[in-house]
Design a protein. Structure first.
Length: 114
């Protein structure tokens, strides 16, 4: 079992920045892939960014150059640094950990006002 606790969401003006945190209950080295997803009202959940255990990262096209997924191994925490935020980034953001199963955090709301 992996427990994930997200934090860092909030209300920000367009062009601003936020950093989301996802603290895992286990060593993140035991997790194959850490990801951030988001779900806007009336839309399907969307994969935003991933980081493999080896450190490789990938992003959905709409956030490339603006978002960055990083990790602090000592804290078993993964971050999503979000810069140049746009109103269309408004969503509930979820942390996901994949080992042999998927684990999800509770979600954190990000609202970008235009």
């Amino acid at each position: 079992q992996v427990q994930l606790v997200e934090s860092g969401g909030g209300l920000v003006q367009a062009g601003g920045s936020l950093r989301l945190s996802c603290a895992a209950s286990v060593s993140i080295f035991s997790i194959k892939i850490m990801s951030w997803y988001r779900q806007a009202p009336g839309k399907q959940r969307e994969l935003v960014a991933t980081m493999t255990r080896g450190g490789s990262t990938s992003y959905v096209d709409s956030v490339k150059g603006r978002f960055a997924i990083t990790r602090d191994n000592a804290k078993n925490t993964v971050y999503l640094q979000m810069n140049s935020l746009k109103p269309e980034d408004t969503a509930v953001y979820y942390c996901n950990a994949y080992t042999t199963a998927d684990y999800w955090g509770q979600g954190t709301q990000v609202t970008v006002s235009g």
